[in-house]
Write a protein that binds this ligand. Structure first.
Ligand SMILES: Nc1ncnc2c1ncn2[C@@H]1O[C@H](COP(=O)(O)OP(=O)(O)OP(=O)(O)O)[C@@H](O)[C@H]1O
Length: 250
C-alpha cells in the first residue's frame, strides 16, 4: 500500500462551548491519490479542511502531515510544513489587478528568493500545466469561471506542494467545464504524483475522480462512510450514504 501523507486520528473540532461539529474522525490519505471529503451542507467539510491545514485547533485528536505531527510543529518548523500544502479556496479569487502570471508569482515572491525571471518561468510552467499557457497575460476579468479555477490551481501549485487541497472546485461551474476540471485534477495527480484532498458534494465529480472518500454527517457529528466511492454506491447499507450516492430520499 502507498504511504500515508496525511493521518487524521480521533479528530474532534468544536467552536466555543457548543457541542463538537464532528468527533472520532479518523482516516488516512495516501500519496498520489485523489481523496474526497463529502457530506451535506453544514456537516463540517470546510472545518475539517481548515483543521488539516492548521487553521483551526482541534479540540481532540491528532493530525500528521508528511510524517510530522501538526500539534508538535511550532514556529519555523510549522511554517515550513504548512508551506508544503497548496490550497485553493472556493472563494479563493485571483487578484483582479494582476495578470494570471502575476497571480501565480505571488506565492513565489512571498516564500522564495527566486529572481524575477525565474519566477516568471515557474508561472509560465504552472499555467502551461493547467492549460492556460496562452492566457498568462490576461486579467481575471478577461477569463471564464473555469479558467479562473485552473489559474487558482496553478497558483496553489506555485511552490510545488506535494499535497493540494481544493475547496469545492466545481462550485459555480457548468457540467462540461466541471468535467474538464475533473480531468485536470486526475491528470495532475497521475502525472505528477501530487496528492489531492478535495471537498465537494458533486456526485459526478466524486465518482469520476475520487480514489477514496470519507462522508461526514451533521446528525451523526462525524464520519458515516469511508472508502472507494463507487463501492460505497454499490454496497453501503447506511441510509444516508445510499441516499447520497443513489440520489434517493433518505
Ligand atoms: N468560525 C466558526 N465559528 C462558529 N461556528 C462555525 C465556524 N465555522 C463553521 N462553523 C459552523 O460549523 C458547522 C460546519 O461548517 P462548515 O463550513 O465546515 O460546513 P460544510 O460542510 O463545509 O458546509 P457547506 O457545504 O455548506 O460549505 C456549521 O454549522 C457552521 O455554522
Amino acid at each position: 500500500m502507498t504511504e500515508a501523507v496525511i493521518r487524521v486520528e480521533e479528530l474532534a473540532v468544536r467552536f466555543g462551548t457548543s457541542p463538537p461539529i464532528f468527533r472520532h474522525v479518523s482516516f488516512e490519505v495516501r500519496r498520489g491519490e485523489v481523496f474526497i471529503i463529502l457530506g451535506g451542507s453544514g456537516c463540517g467539510k470546510s472545518t475539517l479542511l481548515k483543521a488539516m491545514i492548521g487553521l483551526i485547533e482541534p479540540a481532540h485528536g491528532d493530525i500528521t502531515l508528511l510524517g510530522e505531527r501538526l500539534a508538535e510543529a511550532t514556529g519555523d518548523a510549522r511554517r515550513a510544513l504548512l508551506r508544503r500544502l497548496g490550497v485553493m479556496w472556493q472563494s479563493g479569487a485571483l487578484f483582479g489587478s494582476m495578470t494570471l502570471a502575476e497571480n501565480v508569482e505571488v506565492p513565489l515572491e512571498e516564500h522564495t528568493a527566486l529572481p524575477a525571471e525565474a519566477r516568471a518561468a515557474v508561472a509560465r510552467a504552472k499555467l502551461g500545466l493547467v492549460g492556460l499557457g496562452d492566457a498568462a497575460a490576461k486579467l481575471p476579468s478577461e477569463i471564464s469561471g473555469g479558467m479562473a479555477k485552473r489559474a487558482g490551481i496553478a497558483r496553489a501549485m506555485a511552490l510545488d506542494p506535494p499535497i493540494l487541497f481544493l475547496d469545492e472546485p466545481s462550485a459555480g461551474l457548468d457540467p462540461i467545464t466541471s468535467a474538464g476540471l475533473d480531468k485536470l485534477i486526475v491528470d495532475i495527480a497521475r502525472g505528477t504524483g501530487t496528492t489531492f484532498v478535495v471537498v465537494t458534494h458533486e456526485l459526478q465529480s466524486i465518482l469520476a475522480i475520487g480514489d477514496r472518500c470519507i462522508m461526514l454527517d451533521k446528525a451523526a457529528h462525524g464520519m458515516i462512510a469511508e472508502g472507494d466511492p463507487r463501492k460505497l454506491r454499490e454496497e453501503s447499507t447506511h441510509p444516508t450514504v445510499r441516499a447520497f450516492f443513489r440520489r434517493e430520499a433518505a
